[in-house]
Design a protein around this ligand. Structure first.
Ligand SMILES: CC(C)(COP(=O)(O)OP(=O)(O)OC[C@H]1O[C@@H](n2cnc3c(N)ncnc32)[C@H](O)[C@@H]1OP(=O)(O)O)[C@@H](O)C(=O)NCCC(=O)NCCS
Length: 141
């Protein structure tokens, strides 16, 4: 079969994946799947000002911490832990059995998540920006 590889400027690729999604997921997982993805934002607010925030993405009964940041002046006061705990409650509500996050291996972020009950599940050598990254997880159910 003669074919060529192109980089379409229109929406034909998105449309192709949309049309073939059900069949694609079934052949990938080996069973029928309905994919639903959502994200949730959480903010820590002091006197109307946001001092910290967290976003999780939920799909396939998994929740993932996409981003988490507490303003340097407000760290060490339990804000990160409270944001994470609230996001775990929401993930739980949506029947997620596990929360994951990717952090630089051995970083302060890793120590923070470990203090919040997360454990290293995998080490990805020379990953983001070629540094070693740890996949951390906490089982929720
Ligand atoms: C990581 C971060 C979110 C922590 O937020 P925080 O509000 O300071 O954290 P908390 O005060 O809720 O700390 C919770 C626990 O984590 C641990 N912890 C927090 N920062 C730590 C650090 N720098 N080193 C070691 N442990 C730390 C503490 O043990 C603390 O437990 P304790 O309350 O019993 O002392 C914050 O430092 C930050 O925004 N860092 C930069 C961005 C980042 O790394 N984000 C995570 C990537 S997804």
């Amino acid at each position: 079969m003669a074919f060529e590889i192109v980089r379409p400027a229109d929406t034909s690729v998105a449309q192709f994946f949309q049309r073939s999604e059900r069949e694609n997921l079934k052949s990938f997982f080996g069973f029928s799947v309905i994919w639903h993805e959502q994200s949730h934002d959480f903010a820590a607010v002091v006197g109307g000002a946001t001092v910290g925030a967290l976003t999780i993405r939920i799909a396939a009964s998994l929740a993932h911490v996409e981003r988490l940041f507490v303003r340097p002046a407000d760290r060490g006061a339990g804000i990160g832990r409270a944001l994470l705990a609230n996001s775990e409650d929401v993930a739980n509500y949506y029947n997620c059995h596990k929360m994951t996050v990717l952090v630089p291996s051995g970083s302060t972020a890793q120590r923070f998540f470990e203090a919040c009950g997360y454990h290293q599940e995998a080490l990805l050598p020379q990953h983001t920006f070629k540094i070693d990254m740890s996949v951390l997880r906490k089982f929720l159910l």
